[in-house]
Each structure stands twice: as C-alpha cells, then as structure tokens.
Design a protein around this ligand. Sequence first.
Ligand code: FPP
Length: 258
Amino acid sequence: MIAVARDQEQPLILPERVPRHIGIIMDGNGRWAKARGLPRTEGHRQGTENLRRIIKACVEFGVEILTIYAFSTENWRRPPLEVRLLLTILETVIDRELQELHDNGVQIRHIGRTDRLSPALLRKIKDACEYTKDNNRLILNVAFNYGGRDEIIHAVREIVKAGIPAEEINEDVVNRYMYTSGLPDPDFIIRTSGELRASNFLIWQAAYAEYYFTPTYWPDFDREQLLEAIREYSRRTRRFGKTDEQIGTDAPDRTQPF
Ligand code: FPP
C-alpha cells in the first residue's frame, strides 16, 4: 500500500500521520450546478465522477477506510424526482464501477437502513458487498439511507432485544451494535461546500474526530484539496481529553488491527 503522499512542492506526509479512517460529507452538488446554470442532476453527475477520483486518491494516500455520506434518512424529503435520481445513481455506480473498485482492492460496505430501498437495489448492494468482501486496500463504507440518531436507536433496540443487562452496557457494547461494528472510529471528517454542521453523520463514532470544512463544492474537491486537508490533519494534535504533555509528540499507533 502506498502510505506516503507524494507531492512535488510540498513535503511528504508521514504514513502514520495520514488519517486511517476519513468520513466525507459530500455537499454542494446542487450549488455547483446552479452556479453554472445547470440542472441539479448535472451537479450529482459531476459529484459522482469526483467520488471516483477521491476513492483513487484515498487508495494512493494509504487511507484505510473511507465513509461517504451519499444519502441521509432526511434526504427522502427532497423532491421525488431528485430522490429517484440519487437512488438511480447508486444503482448505476454499482453496475458501472464495481469491477474497477474490485480490481483496485476496494471493499464495499453499506451502512444505513434497508427499509424504503427496493428489493432490486438491496440485492445489488448486498451482491456488491459480498463480491468485494475479501478486498483490503480500502474499505468504502457507503452511508446510504443513513442517519446517526437513527443508527443509535437501532443499536439500542438490538441491545435490548439481545437481553444485555443494563450494568453490562458500555462503549464497547454500543460499538458492537453500530453499523460500523469492528471498524475504528473516523479520525477525520471533511465537509465540503462551506456548511459548518455534522448533519447527523457518524455522530456516535465522530466523538473525537477532527473536522475539516472547506468552501469548495463537492464536484470541485479534487485530489490536491484532499491532500491539503490531510496535510492540515497531520499538523493537528489529537488529545482525546489528555494534556499536551501526556500526548508527547508520539505519532498515532496504526498497527492495531481492526
Ligand atoms: C449533497 O449535495 C449531495 C448529496 C445529497 C448526494 C451525494 C451524492 C453524490 C456525490 C453522488 C454519489 C452517490 C452515490 C450514491 C455513490 P446537495 O444536493 O445537498 O447540494 P446543495 O446543498 O448545493 O443543494
């Protein structure tokens, strides 16, 4: 795995300073299109193209997990035609990109609710996850029909159904019942388009994540901008509630398996 980001003018980023798990709120497709006098659909089309580039860049930079916010539980409130389009995009992306993603060692996972998705789409998602399940260069977690609060409610219900006694419930137990069970928490959450909100994205898992906000609309957020974001991340000190002295200058440990 290429774990070092190379760039001609800028210094290298140490592999252990590259976030292991990045979450992206891919925002601004509509405004990108509006600014060009194009229909919103074109914004989503360009946003999808950009996603291909960013997945490739994540593989190149040695990111291990990329979680993308593709469709939230709140997005059902959009005009029906746009909802239809976003559902179709997912289908098309799976049809068109699955083999290339597989060839690049990408493992696809879905996080989110399965209700309201058609049996045909669910089948496609399941098949894509199954087909790529042994790949290990990058885990691509697709948050689709996903909401953070909804995920927590789902976990609580499952914990109750499993009959786990109240006094045994701790963070590890809750983690086990989240959609991201078994994965490390996101280190770095990027949101494009200038909005400064978490919007119900990985709200449990991102408790200690570093956030990065950029005014760039998603279709224009390219490899160089991702690299710049990672550079900024690499300069931050993550304290996890501790003091600077306790943290020292030690690089984060990336040797822990997940
Ligand atoms: C936010 O832009 C974007 C979305 C709600 C959808 C994101 C989808 C893609 C980038 C395509 C890839 C999708 C899949 C399923 C893999 P917006 O429409 O909220 O933009 P606006 O805030 O400017 O209106």
